[in-house]
Design a protein around this ligand. Structure first.
Ligand code: WTA
Length: 664
């Protein structure tokens, strides 16, 4: 294993913070020192400074019932008050909270005062529907302001939201509704995606019809689900079926609702949301997050990792609210910090491939948070697209979701960041609630491709299989060794699965499921999920490492690598590669030659052991809607099996396109 990762670790480019950036940086090096003296006390200080507590806490961490933690247990706060009212009370009511951009080019703007007013009304709507403290509300909406308003209204009254990504099917929605026993669903008629309205309400109707009996008119009778009402936002203006005993228009209810609502305090450990994430088994896990600790780490990381200056910055996270990034870094972190942000409804390529850059130019975005998969897609399209826009407002770039290979990192900095912006590569998970590993801009010397160091107040280690911390220049499994404020509090309704999934590999330590390596300086390099780690002839190889090598070849835009069962070597490396458009040439003739060249390239960079047995030049890669490559499906293809479950793919056609490519 030691030699096999060296390719990544030979990355020698380093970027020191500029004197100018350092001079005004929000974060400072002494955060690390203060935090390591006493972690829980450090978080207590941060929490008191960053949040408004109606009733101050006197306790920080209680770990006596590990792995079930409480943070700030005797304190009381209101999460929505922290994100809204207090900014208005502090005199910042006129500051823009949300600049919303619809896909067709329509837009809406909300100041903090306006957003607060909307959320108060929405809270009254929920109360009118009988929703109260602890009740679960499913939110199934496009990226429209009502998504943010709904989440905050649910939080404001002490209820619990379960946001289900709008791309999920009726069956997935129903499974999540049932698991959480949601009483209300908030949805929309439809939203804009890729130039047309994509209907949402029919999926809710179908989800709730599952198991329902028909009445004498042949209409679905009372649902067998836990849902009593469906609140429908009008966005797509598409025709929808209507069930008057259950369905209500959002605009009618909002118009009828009162405007006054005083936020009540709730205990710090009140559940805030459930967010479902896929596990190794089929059943999704309802990851449970609570209020005070979660909001503390969300606000702390958003402020320090993004160097946030709320008076002047315009922040844009491109994530959908259906994912954890949309919870922590679209809703809770930025709004708790009083930031001005952009949210965008549609896809990056609608109606033209420069859409993101046009939005940055329009709103003068200064901080951009995006996923490597998007960056690599833009790389593939070529720099002439972003070059046509004025991106000079950008001063910091972030990355999340998967390892960002050094080539994409450099492209991101050079082409999007004018060769000057710091890049923060942030490692975290749905389960961790907030960022865990990242550089601090203005403090850390940046290393392309490495997420680098645990954030202040966190203890993270890389362990070998026996649970012993590996030294520098060695790899193993990434764990979080001490409880942290935004940690998941469990899996909804399944405490045993929580203990078993996360705390049984190394007792007392949270096992994240990722492989990682420490370099010579002790910086952390993420190597992908451990199930994406291959074993070739007894050598562990990381998919991330070989992908990085492939993408460093000038003709390659994107690559996915899987380990396919092989008689002699255990597993063999099989690569799927997308070629850059500007270099495509006549692919059919050249594919064999290029495949051979890439095999040699990887062997040259990493060693013969990593030489892909096969390289397929393909037009697409199978990705989930959050942009993760589904290697499982590629493995099926590489091993000549029938392709497994493709329902979570963003584009379900993609597998047949790839199979045709491969056979051609
Ligand atoms: C991966 C997304 C490398 C990792 C916030 C993790 C990353 C999983 C990074 C969680 C990063 C996330 N570098 N890998 N900067 N960020 N990952 O729950 O494998 O959707 O376990 O949370 O994404 O995905 P999730």
């Amino acid at each position: 294993m030691n030699n096999s990762i060296d390719n990544l670790l030979h990355e020698t480019r380093r970027f020191e913070p500029s004197a100018e950036f350092r001079a005004t940086a929000v974060a400072s090096a002494d955060l690390y020192a203060r935090a390591s003296e006493d972690r829980p006390a450090f978080w207590g200080e941060q929490s008191a400074e960053l949040l408004h507590w109606h009733k101050p806490f006197t306790k920080t961490l209680d770990w006596s019932r590990a792995p079930f933690a409480t943070w700030f247990e005797d304190g009381e706060l209101n999460v929505a008050y922290n994100c809204l009212d207090r900014h208005v009370e502090a005199g910042n009511g006129d500051r823009i909270a949300l600049n919303w951009e619809g896909e067709p080019g329509d837009s809406r703007t909300f100041t903090y005062a306006e957003l607060t007013a909307e959320v108060k009304r929405a809270a009254n709507v929920l109360i009118g529907l009988g929703i109260g403290e602890g009740d679960r509300v499913a939110i199934y909406l496009p990226m429209i302001p009502e998504a943010v308003i709904s989440m905050l209204a649910v939080a404001r009254i002490g209820a619990v939201h379960s946001v289900v990504f709008g791309g999920f099917s009726a069956d997935s929605l129903r499974a999540r509704i049932d698991d959480a026993q949601a009483r209300l669903v908030i949805t929309a008629d439809g939203g804009w995606r890729r130039g047309k309205v994509s209907a949402l309400k029919p999926a809710v109707d179908a989800a709730l019809a599952i198991g329902a009996t028909l009445n004498e008119h042949g209409e679905p009778g009372p649902t067998t689900s836990s849902v009593e009402s469906v609140l429908v936002v009008r966005r797509g203006e598409n025709e929808v079926d209507w069930f008057p005993e259950r369905d209500l228009w959002w605009h009618d209810e909002m118009a009828a609702a009162g405007e006054h609502h005083e936020a009540q305090p709730f205990p710090a450990e009140s559940p805030l949301f459930i967010l479902y994430t896929s596990g190794t088994t089929g059943k999704p896990k309802g990851i449970l997050h609570t209020s005070g600790g979660y909001l503390t780490q969300a606000a702390f990381t958003h402020k320090n990792v993004f160097d946030l200056k709320p008076e002047t910055d315009v922040y844009w996270s491109t994530a959908d609210v259906g994912w954890i990034t949309g919870h922590t870094y679209v809703v809770y972190g930025p709004l708790a910090n009083g930031a001005t942000q952009v949210i965008y409804e549609g896809t990056p390529d609608a109606p033209h491939p420069g859409r993101w850059w046009e939005i940055i130019q329009k709103y003068r975005v200064s901080i951009l948070y995006a996923a490597p998969t998007a960056i690599r897609t833009f790389m593939k399209l070529g720099r002439q697209i972003p070059d046509a826009y004025d991106l000079s407002s950008l001063r910091l770039l972030g990355s999340v979701g998967e390892p960002i290979n050094p080539e994409a990192w450099i492209w991101y900095r050079d082409v999007i960041g004018a060769g000057t912006t710091p890049i923060v590569d942030t490692w975290w998970q749905t389960e961790t609630g907030a960022m865990m590993i990242s550089a601090l801009p203005g403090v850390t010397t940046l290393k392309p491709g490495s997420a680098q160091v645990p954030l202040p107040g966190l203890k993270i280690e890389v362990l070998d299989d026996a649970g012993t911390p590996v030294g520098k220049n060695a790899g193993g499994l990434l764990v979080v060794s001490e409880p942290w404020p935004a940690m998941l509090r469990g899996i909804w309704g399944d405490p045993d699965r929580y203990v078993e999934t996360y705390w049984s590999t190394f007792p007392g330590k949270y096992f994240a499921g990722d492989g990682a390596r420490l370099d010579r300086d002790g910086d952390i390099w993420l190597l992908g999920r451990v199930d994406d780690v291959m074993n070739v002839s007894g050598h562990r190889l990381s998919t991330a490492e070989i992908e990085s090598s492939l993408v460093s070849h000038p003709r390659v835009a994107e690559a996915a690598v899987v380990g396919a069962a092989d008689e002699t070597t255990g597993q063999a490396v099989v690569a799927f590669v997308i070629v850059r458009v500007e270099q495509a040439g006549d692919l059919r003739q050249e594919a064999d030659a290029l495949a051979a060249e890439l095999r040699t390239h990887v062997a040259g960079q990493i060693g013969a052991i990593a030489r892909p047995k096969q390289v397929f030049i393909v037009a697409e890669l199978p990705k989930t809607r959050s942009g993760k490559i589904m290697r499982r499906l590629l493995r099926d293809l590489a091993e000549g099996r029938e392709i497994g479950d493709t329902t979570t793919l963003a584009d379900t056609q993609v597998m047949s396109i790839i199979s045709t490519n491969i056979k051609a």
